[in-house]
Design a protein around this ligand. Structure first.
Ligand code: GDP
Length: 571
């Protein structure tokens, strides 16, 4: 029995897939997707119903008006993501070779960061810097360059660390995804294994009744690539990707560099409106009157409309990817805007930067949810952190994990955090280091990064931070008292006090007051708490423990340590 997909049926009926799905919904068949399979009998029923509906509509309102989206369909902008060596570059090169009409002899043009492919008479704009770092950089500041993401997974290798990262980046961007299962020409290719792995992650292939589009391809031989391209056009149609050439200019920088001969050169993707030569534009702190616009083949063009990548000459500086390109009325207006931004930047740099506690840092945040990016050394450690965070509860605030991965904290993590607009982003590292470039970027964007070596410290800090987000008053409550029996100097760590808990309990992360002969000599907090060699959460009365006080190495035998915890004052 031949079976058909809804989009094939739509083509046959001479209507758009979107319209067919909407019509079916009206006819009491909601929840259809473009890829839903129907039997020939079902298709026949649908044909009949649609014909009836069309007849009825024609009778009732011969010129029934459909609400028209503004503008017209424009080329979708597509980015390619995936694990290293899974074939992103090969795929982009192949499409470029087979679907970009070259005018030059030899056909080699320099890449401007994106190109336009022609498929069945329609255009698709591909961003040719593959990878999720570039993808996320291009959607910083709320604007997103990309409409559709292609996730490349090699059929011989399966889902890998960067595949998982890419999935989280795509999810956070909220753009539709097509999975290209690549390298199916290889004898050891196992596309079914890839499908199963993705299904286990919640991305169920549409062939199995899910919503994730997966296309088997070989970027090397070209097998399946045409299907992939057609699917991109279909998804674009389903999404209703529109642009209005007459509308307000909306353009995003995707690539930029300093050319020794041409000066600053930037590529922007125009998403709406039309960019023209001689326009005065501002991107971040770069501005200029456009001297020339070049298309993806390096050809000079007078203007660029929606969905088009375009190289811009004439800027004063090199704007970073992700920056919005704005049009202003005059050079004077541009200069004023840039001066204001530079002023803000200077003020930010000059502001004194003490290192506040996480809770203090977030106390001023307006957001009521904490959005985490967690990095740990191993999958096991990552699971442990997630489990520990799962035990934290604070009513009225939410804890969301945007991305959890293995490895050091990278620029890509900071970029992902920077795109968060709903909640307060926070990057947590457990037993991992921070890439210095990531730290610099985080400082610049005001994203807090905290790293821990002890899981309880991490959980405690997050708990406190959450409470601070709620903003109640916090007071100190005494929970116990310990006496210092002995002290040890541990090189590289500091002085550790061997104590006996006299009353109550000593708790990790607790606040302390150190009393010597009844006089307070120091107040601060517990930096570490151990029983024997083990890190522990608390030690009750009658037991011995080793504790270190943060920034205090003068603890002595006979000192009394009073321990406090911070408690919320109910409002
Ligand atoms: P990227 O790191 O994701 O950009 O991966 P590349 O495009 O550089 O591909 C990595 C390697 O896989 C190269 O040696 C490619 O020739 C090879 N490769 C890519 N696609 C295919 C494919 O479909 N089949 C086979 N057999 N090899 C492929």
């Amino acid at each position: 029995m031949p079976r058909k997909r809804i989009y094939e049926l739509a083509r046959e009926l001479g209507m758009s897939t979107r319209d067919l799905i909407l019509a079916l919904e009206k006819l009491g068949m909601p929840g259809m997707s473009a890829f839903h399979m129907v039997s020939e009998e079902e298709a026949e029923v649908i044909r009949g119903l649609i014909a009836e509906q069309k007849a009825a509509e024609a009778k009732a309102a011969p010129e029934a008006e459909k609400p028209k989206p503004k503008g017209q369909p424009r080329p979708p902008v597509v980015a390619v993501l995936g694990h290293i060596d899974h074939g992103k570059t090969t795929l982009l090169d192949r499409i470029r070779r087979t679907h970009v009409a070259t005018e030059e002899a030899g056909g080699i043009t320099q890449s401007i960061g994106a190109y336009q492919a022609e498929v069945d008479g329609k255009l698709i704009t591909f961003i040719d810097t593959p990878g999720h770092r570039a993808f996320t950089a291009m959607r910083a500041r709320g604007a997103k360059a990309t409409d559709i993401a292609i996730l490349v997974v090699a059929a011989d290798d399966g889902v890998m660390a960067q595949t998982l990262e890419a999935l989280d980046h795509i999810k956070a961007a909220g753009v539709p995804m097509i999975v290209a299962i690549n390298k199916i020409d290889k004898p050891e290719a196992r596309p079914d294994v890839v499908m199963q792995q993705l299904a286990n992650l919640g991305y169920v292939p549409e062939d199995w009744g899910g919503n994730t589009i997966m296309i088997p391809i070989s970027a090397l031989t070209g097998q399946g690539v045409q299907d992939l391209l057609e699917m991109i056009l279909l998804v674009a149609e389903m999404e209703g990707i529109y642009g209005d050439p007459e509308g307000e200019l909306e353009a995003i920088i995707i690539e930029s560099h300093l050319d020794p001969a041409k000066g600053p050169v930037a590529t922007a993707i125009v998403k709406n409106g039309t960019l023209r030569e001689r326009d005065v534009v501002v991107a971040g702190t770069a501005w200029g009157r456009i001297r020339a616009l070049l298309d993806h083949q390096g050809k000079r063009i007078p203007s660029a409309g929606p969905g088009t990548p375009v190289q811009i000459l004439g800027l004063s500086d090199v704007p970073p990817p992700g920056e919005k390109l704005e049009r202003v009325q005059s050079p004077k207006e541009a200069e004023e805007l840039v001066e204001k931004r530079l002023e803000e930047e200077r003020a930010r740099k000059l502001a004194p930067r003490p290192r506040p506690s996480l809770a203090e840092l977030l106390a001023t945040a307006q957001k009521k949810s904490l959005v985490l990016i967690i990095k740990a050394q191993t999958m096991g450690a990552l699971e442990a952190v997630k489990l520990e965070l799962g035990t934290i509860q604070a009513e009225g605030v939410e804890l969301e994990v945007l991305h959890a991965g293995v490895g050091q904290i990278s620029e890509s993590d900071v970029l992902l955090a920077a795109t968060e607009t709903q909640g307060q982003p926070l990057i947590l590292g457990f037993g991992v280091k921070v890439d210095p470039k990531a730290q610099a970027l985080a400082d610049q964007k005001g994203i807090p990064i905290r790293t821990y070596d002890i899981i309880y410290d991490l959980a405690l800090d997050v708990e406190r931070a959450l409470k601070r987000l709620l903003g109640p008053e916090i007071r100190e409550v005494k929970v116990g008292e310990a006496e210092v029996l002995k002290t040890f100097n541990i090189s590289g760590v500091g002085r550790v006090a061997g104590c006996l808990v006299r009353s109550g309990k000593v708790v990790r992360g607790g606040k302390v007051r150190v009393l010597r002969n009844g006089q307070e000599v120091f107040s601060g907090e517990i930096a570490s708490l151990k029983r024997f060699a083990e890190d522990v959460r608390e030690v009750p009365q009658g037991y011995e423990c080793g504790l270190r006080i943060r920034d205090f190495d003068d603890v002595r035998e006979g000192d009394v340590i009073e321990v406090y915890v911070l408690e919320e004052v109910p409002v």
